[in-house]
Design a protein around this ligand. Structure first.
Ligand SMILES: NC(=O)c1ccc[n+]([C@@H]2O[C@H](COP(=O)([O-])OP(=O)(O)OC[C@H]3O[C@@H](n4cnc5c(N)ncnc54)[C@H](O)[C@@H]3O)[C@@H](O)[C@H]2O)c1
Length: 261
């Protein structure tokens, strides 16, 4: 395969685990310099180690930051620019699953926390990165929504509100920034086996979470969880020049789950 990211700079939030890590290794293997952002220093170090295995020449910086805090977001963008001078691709991905409960029991604080990271964090990333891309006259953004951002799942007030909001931000920014040579897309993953999904299954039954998982995916048309590298491949495509006329839209990656009656 030709390297689609030679001489490009890609910024990834939530890069210390799961989907962010999978995208980071794929994109680094195709030539990009990477700015990796996460609240977890240990997670970032592990991702950097995995990148070194697949792309030993890749230039990588690790930035510990909380995407829900504007000063942290301004800092991760400033550090990326001071190191690499530009941002060609932005995977605006960090998120948490939050609690699972009925709306009446969900909790106002929990709602605020999930929305602060999953929606405010995405808005802040767009605010600071799109300003850079507008000056460049180019750039590509992929926001991480969810099947829970395009369908009702239940027991996840905060997550549903935030992820539907991410879809709204994607359409809005895509329509605003297309004229500047910038595309903004979202992905809507179904159940992909990452530490986050493992955590959700353990909330349902800590001792039998693997059995709960098998039951959970039995209704998926493909009868399995997705793999992080399948999402990484989609993100790499969407951030690349190959997807240069895909804008302001949401791409599901869920084995067909969200199309099923
Ligand atoms: N795994 C799935 O099935 C699935 C499905 C749909 C959507 N998603 C979304 O994909 C994204 C990535 O999830 P994942 O499955 O890779 O989960 P994960 O828990 O494996 O990784 C998420 C990463 O985000 C980081 N993070 C959390 N809060 C942060 C904050 N405030 N600031 C910076 N970093 C923070 C975590 O430390 C972690 O490294 C999330 O937005 C999630 O909602 C995942």
């Amino acid at each position: 395969m030709t390297a689609r990211f030679t001489d490009q700079v890609v910024l990834i939030t939530g890069a210390g685990s799961g989907l962010g890590r999978a995208a980071a290794t794929q994109i680094a293997a195709e030539g990009a310099s990477l700015a990796l952002v996460d609240v977890s220093q240990a997670g970032l170090a592990e991702t950097a180690a995995q990148i070194a295995d697949v792309a030993s020449a890749a230039k990588v910086i690790q930035i510990v930051a909380d995407v829900s805090k504007e000063e942290d977001v301004a800092r991760y963008v400033a550090e990326t620019i001071s190191t690499f001078g530009r941002i060609d691709g932005f995977f605006n991905n960090a998120g948490i699953e939050g609690k699972q409960d009925l709306t009446e029991d969900f909790g106002t604080e929990e709602f605020d926390k999930v929305v602060a990271i999953n929606l405010r964090g995405v808005f802040l990333g767009l605010k600071h990165v799109l300003a850079v891309m507008k000056k460049q006259g180019s750039g590509s953004v992929v926001n991480t929504a969810s099947v829970g951002g395009i369908r009702g799942v239940g027991n996840q007030s905060g997550y549903a509100a935030a992820k539907h909001g991410v879809v709204g931000l994607t359409r809005n920014s895509g329509i605003e920034y297309g004229q500047f040579g910038i595309t903004v897309k979202a992905i809507a993953p179904g159940a992909i086996m990452t530490p986050m999904v493992e955590g959700s299954l353990k909330q349902i039954d800590a001792d039998n979470w693997e059995e709960v998982g098998r039951e959970f995916v039995s209704s998926n048309p493909m009868k399995r969880f997705g793999r992080p590298e399948e999402v990484g491949a989609l993100v790499a495509f969407l951030l690349s020049e190959q997807a240069s006329f895909i804008n302001a839209t949401v791409v599901p990656i869920d084995g067909g789950q969200s199309e099923k009656y």
